[in-house]
Design a protein around this ligand. Structure first.
Ligand SMILES: [Zn+2]
Length: 374
């Protein structure tokens, strides 16, 4: 090597080092900026594409009535029926369709438009469904039941808390179903979880203290699932008082009323959930520390049967139980309305999507994690 070449080489080395330094600074800046991001994940248990994209399913409503009942006499028919799927879904979830999806977000999963979202796991019930969202991949051999057991691996919630150096109350999971005490974390106590009929320690006279007591005085029909009302209100109070960076609001009644064959209650639950989403969204937009930097993802853990014979059910043998949907309202995603004709999405992509929004590298969470939704 000649001297001049050597000089050029070392100059190049310096230039590269300077460049690397700049990149590093850009990187640090980007990380700092990204750490201002907040994410909210909302899950509606077992919410079918039929109701979400088409509103009231008249065949299911008819099948759920007694032989002498007339469908036209049903309060839910009068409240939610309309002639087209678009009009029906807007009657069922007016905020979601007329405001959130029209003005702020997008939704994938309407198969009539060539948009497919599906589960990666083959089991098609709740723990595996939430498991793939929490872990970024299906672990069919490790998650085999809905038993209340800790997650087999570190969850995306735990990883986000570690990677961002947050306090335990900075990552919060409020759930109607008690099994979320396992689903949400591999190491008990690493994030804030309040799930099922679980008391919440809160300052006396606070909203949460009153709700914590009241949940035990208003039992639902199910031992492991409290009413979504408590889950939602406790989550809102946590938002207000603790300002978490990551919130997972896990609502359950869409699934449980369906198992019970109470289609009227299923529909009423969608409508109530819509009002919750409106309140949550408006709260987020009214807070300087959340407005414009909060990414919202809404999805479900599984589908259910498509027909009047199996709409109550889901699981490995039920056709349609793997059919899901995913909605987004994110400052970093286009407001494209309903997705059309795209490569299919999987629920396993939820973990990486949340991490990317938080400015974190999903591959450092899990090498096998499915790619973020971009
Ligand atoms: Zn279920």
């Amino acid at each position: 090597m000649m001297r001049s070449q050597l000089a050029i080489a070392s100059l190049t080395g310096i230039a590269l080092a300077v460049l690397a330094g700049q990149c590093l600074q850009v990187g640090v800046g980007a990380t700092r900026q990204a750490s201002d991001a907040r994410v909210v994940l909302v899950t509606l248990d077992g919410a079918r594409t039929e109701e979400l994209f088409g509103g009231l399913d008249i065949d299911v409503l008819r099948a759920s009535l007694g032989p002498k009942d007339r469908v036209e006499d049903q309060p839910v028919y009068r409240r939610f029926w309309a002639d087209t799927p678009a009009a029906r879904r807007a009657r069922l979830m007016p905020f979601f369709w007329n405001v959130l999806m029209r003005e702020h977000g997008s939704i994938a999963g309407n198969r009539a438009l060539g948009s497919r979202v599906a589960l990666a796991n083959r089991r098609r019930f709740s723990y595996p469904g939430y498991g793939e969202m929490m872990l970024g991949r299906a672990l069919d051999d490790e998650i085999t039941s809905n038993d209340l057991k800790p997650s087999p691996r570190q969850t995306v919630l735990e990883y986000a808390r570690d990677a961002l150096g947050l306090r335990a109350d900075g990552v919060a999971l409020f759930a109607s179903w008690d099994v979320f005490n396992g689903i949400g974390e591999h190491t008990p106590g690493s994030v804030t979880i309040n799930a099922g009929y679980e008391a919440l320690v809160a300052p006396a006279e606070s909203v949460s203290a009153r709700l914590s007591t009241a949940q035990f005085e208003t039992p639902s029909p199910w031992n492991s699932v409290r009413h979504d009302y408590y889950t939602f209100r406790l989550a809102m109070d946590h938002l207000e008082r603790h300002r978490p960076t990551v919130l997972h609001l896990a609502l359950g009644e869409t699934d449980d009323w369906a198992h019970d064959g109470r289609y009227d209650r299923v529909l009423e639950t969608y409508a109530r959930t819509d009002a919750y989403l409106a309140e949550l969204w408006r709260w987020l937009q009214a807070q300087p520390d959340y407005r414009g930097r909060t990414h919202l993802l809404i999805s479900t853990d599984h589908g259910r049967g498509h027909t009047v014979h199996d709409w109550k059910d889901h699981g490995e043998r039920v056709t349609g139980a793997d059919v899901t949907w995913m909605a987004f309202a994110s400052p970093s995603m286009s407001r494209r309305g309903e997705w059309r004709d795209h490569a299919g999405l999987q629920n396993a992509q939820v973990a990486a999507t949340l991490l990317q929004w938080l400015g974190l590298d999903p591959r450092r969470f899990a090498a096998e994690a499915a790619a973020p939704v971009g």
